[in-house]
Design a protein around this ligand. Sequence first.
Ligand SMILES: Cc1ncc(COP(=O)(O)O)c(C=O)c1O
Length: 375
Amino acid sequence: MKLWIPGPTQVRPEILAECARTMIGHRSDAMAKLHDRIDPHLRLAFGLPAESRSSVAVHTCSATGLMEASLHGVGKRVLCVVNGSFSKRWAEIAQILGLETVVLKKAFGEAASPEEIDAALREKGPFDALTLVSNETSTGVRTPLEGVARVLRQHPNVLWLVDVVSYLAGMPVDFDTHGIDFAFAGSQKALALPPGITVFCVSPRYLERARKAKRPSYYLDAVRTLDGHVERKTPATPCIPLYFALAKQLEDISGGVTLPAAEQHLRGAAAWSARYEVHRRMQQRTERWAHKHGLALIPAPEHRSWTVACIKQGAFDVARLLAEVKQRGHTISNGYGDLKDISFRIGHMGDHTEDELESLLSAADEALAALAVKA
Ligand SMILES: Cc1ncc(COP(=O)(O)O)c(C=O)c1O
């Protein structure tokens, strides 16, 4: 059975095997070496240039933990762009943490424009931070980072916190170029690992502000975790099997191993870029498939995610489509949140190949034909 839901994604057997390695102590030299293996490739994942002063680290918790951690120590007032279930969750967390939270609300399936973000920052500010879910997995909406980055250059006191959960390793983040201050991604999306750890990256100015602030958490204190990473230690016992898997997966991505045969000679940043292009082609192919069946994508063309397609339901029952596809060896997903009953989603992310996508789409062709006959 191939898993095409928008996370957790299919994990390669070689990566699963890493999770079964003999255990090591988390304060051992072996663990420090594991950090050494992870660090340089994680910096490539966030698109950091060699001279970057931004810091990366890994935390044992799912991405929701980092939504929370990112907000500790940023200040009192936060603007949250809410355009799907996960951005809504982040705004809720900000409220629970007692931050003065202003929501810039968009319909699920849409993205906030740079102009709307700029207007909200000007009219409802001053703000200490802006939260943005760059790829709303619930709706397949990608918010291009360039436009928001341009706006935030006009608001130098606002820290930019970005959820790249289903974006990282599927699309280029370019953390420093865009002036992002905090970004995080769970392991179970385009990194194609099992769930349970989250990787993150912070800017020097985020660290500076957070260090001076009162941060009301021990386990979810990003500063503590980042400082630990520098010393190749973790504040608490990490999920070591997933660290093994992460190290191998990052080395494989940087070493071209996960690319199509013709591109496997690529290394480093070039290999990461080629991985993004595979995702982009899979998005385009899925879109052509949907159009062939007269199905529409929920997001506008300029906001379509490269990692997850959110397709409007046609003249069929989504649950029956999912069941027919499953009978043919593939699992795809129903909609989520506000779009639960009117859409279905295909998570074409991670280590799925373009050939595998062809077999999924043929299975989906057959499934739709079977539904038409039954109707
Ligand atoms: C965009 C986005 N942000 C945050 C989360 C929350 O991640 P987790 O369930 O791993 O805590 C998800 C989960 O699917 C997500 O897709």
